[in-house]
Design a protein around this ligand. Sequence first.
Ligand code: 26Q
Length: 809
Amino acid sequence: MPQITASDLKERIEKRLIIENGMEVANATNKDVYYALASIVNEEIIPNWFNTNQKYASKRSKQVYYLSMEFLIGRLLESNLLNYGMLHAAKEALEELGFHTENVFAEERDAALGNGGLGRLAACFLDSLASLYYPGHGFGIRYRYGLFEQRIIHGNQVELPDYWLKNPYPWETRNEEESVVIQFQGKVHMFKRNDGSLEFKYENTDKVMAVPYDIPVVGYKNNVVNTLRLWSAEPIPGTENERMEENQAFYHDLDHQHSIEQISGFLYPDDSSYEGKELRLKQQYFLVSSSIQNILKKFKKSYHLPLSKLPEKVVIQINDTHPSLAIPEMMRILMDDERMEWDAAWKVTTNVFAYTNHTTLSEALETWPEEMIKDLLPRIYMIIEEINERFCQSIWFDHEELRDEIPELAIISYGRVHMARLAIVSSFSVNGVARIHTEILKKKEMKDFYSLFPNKFNNKTNGITHRRWLLQVNPKLAEVVSDVIGSQWIKRPKQLISLLKYSNDKALLEQFDQVKHENKKLLANYIHQQTGILIDDQSIFDVQIKRLHEYKRQLLNIFHVIYLYNELKENPNQDMTPRTFIFGAKAAPSYYLAKEVIKLINTVASIVNYDTSIQGKLKVIFLENYNVSLAERIIPAADISEQISTASKEASGTGNMKMMMNGALTLGTLDGANIEIRDLVGDDNIFIFGLTADEVLEYYQNGGYNARDIYHTDDRVKRILDQLNQGAFGVHDIEFKDIFYNILYHNDPYFVLKDFEPYLETHELVERAYRDRLTWMNMSVTNIAYSGKFSSDQTIREYASDIWKIKQV
Ligand code: 26Q
């Protein structure tokens, strides 16, 4: 890769500004410079993009396609510069031209085409695929509105639309010539052909055009550029105008056009809860039909092989059940367009698809009303029915022991279509995203399916890209690490393990400590600038950043804060290391209790932060609009990573890995990937508390525990709950009765009270441990050392060798 120097770049930026904008640098804004730099990066990317595609075509390599309703990619300028080895030069050039790098990068809107973990995982996977020379591409939707922007007004979450495409997006290319037509509704007619085979014709369908927008996915210093293809829904050109002239139904057609564009209109903001909206179903079919048509077209064009060979050249990973209609869609095209028989089509399909499950929460499992699918996608419905019929028959005849379970196993049952069941039956691989999660799938949630298809089930513990989440967001830490162990860890993150040799080196630990402190100062400045609140950069930065959900238990965290505040009020002089509790969380707009928790955190903050009697020992910061860019600021500054979900509920978590990699210590339950972190670093380097998954599941089986007992016996708990009930945390008498009732009358479904005392005790251990700087830094470095295991490079290697059977090109 040719080295581009800062002075080259400076010159090119100046030239760009003249040619494109007709302006001198002196008159350019941050935005002008952002676009200039992005287009220079694009000039570097385009030839490599072309070459990568050529190479894949000429080698006729097997390709993996990652189908996902979400890609939470965040900003791309900095990461593209980094992956091109141009970041240092760019920073230098910008500063020399009189710009602040950070302000130029901040001109880019986050591409927030995802809700949280699942969408960000997809983005990390694309980064690793390209960086490891794998031919792997993403297919998703180009939502005009990404995840809502969150404002906090009087403590409440208010949602604003995220119109991220207001300014041109420099990384996308519209490829109209590769558009495909998607059909909804209509009637299916069956004919007998002369040879006796059946032919299906669709009539009176609503047709929509899917137009691809391609985003390059740049590998790390390896010249590989893969593709993220995002589909946009548009009316079929010509037809609207023609129809307008024909029938003069002007408004009807505008309405129709509008309803088409709605398909890629916005990202549904619910994660881990499922709402069966028809538009969401349309979005799902829109994604999968366009992607499968595209994949098959390309296969036919470039491989010149019969379709029976598809599984040798193509594998499709579906990111949760959201794209699972890809399965009947593949069957439909193979049979109706390509004239394959059922059995042949089924053999191809079931050898192409692999399914990842991301949750065991029952409220998140996707099922659709039979009638809705029948009406919107009549031919797809027929195929699902046939898959179901054959599957149920196979149980009836080959697995007598499961006959009684058929209603619980059938794809169509009690009027609903169960997408996870469809995905399991029709895929060759089913994976969970952390060891415990996969075990729960096998032993509990999908037990009978596991007994039917034991070989399909496998675990792939999640990972994160260490390039973005260490190298890019924490350059100071990356530099110290490279000074100590060399820079091979950047290509081989497992080599971070060499840090262990130095984990007792006092001088070095002090250096790590200093880096953390500098990062904390940066975050403190940002917080001051955003909120006007001054925080103590010597305090413990205790961070919980993730979507707001009852099972993630932000409530447990804020209860602990209230407890500390109550203690401090009683004894303001008590000896305590100052703490800063930092929260970032969006609630699904319709999730009432989650929004109440946001209000509670903000209300507590507004009291605690301005109470001078506690001598600044406690601060509570709720940073609004938590997104990828904000995560990038917070994570390098975290001392404590709060991962406190009710055990068994968090499939894996990935924020836990990001903070570990940046030297934060995990305070968490034995849930998701926390368990694997604990196994690596050992009990001395992590703070674990609370019920285990087995204990939680056992309580559930026996109808829960008695929350009221704890309320009546633990004064600390009673006091907090009464404060909520009586409005003691109310500015203007705001009460939190619903939280109170949920715990005492719905019997605390997420075990907040049950885990409260162990959580408190563990926090006390944290506070004490933090006082001993060297021991703390030794723990911190130990965590960084083991974090290489959680690089998505590792995860992707495992997917590639165990599931996809693809090779590096
Ligand atoms: C489904 C139907 C209709 C509308 C929305 C949805 C929907 C959307 C997003 C349901 C779920 C999601 C997202 C789930 C998610 O992010 N799960 C997380 O996935 C991470 C990556 O595997 C894990 O680390 C987390 O533990 C898991 O919660």
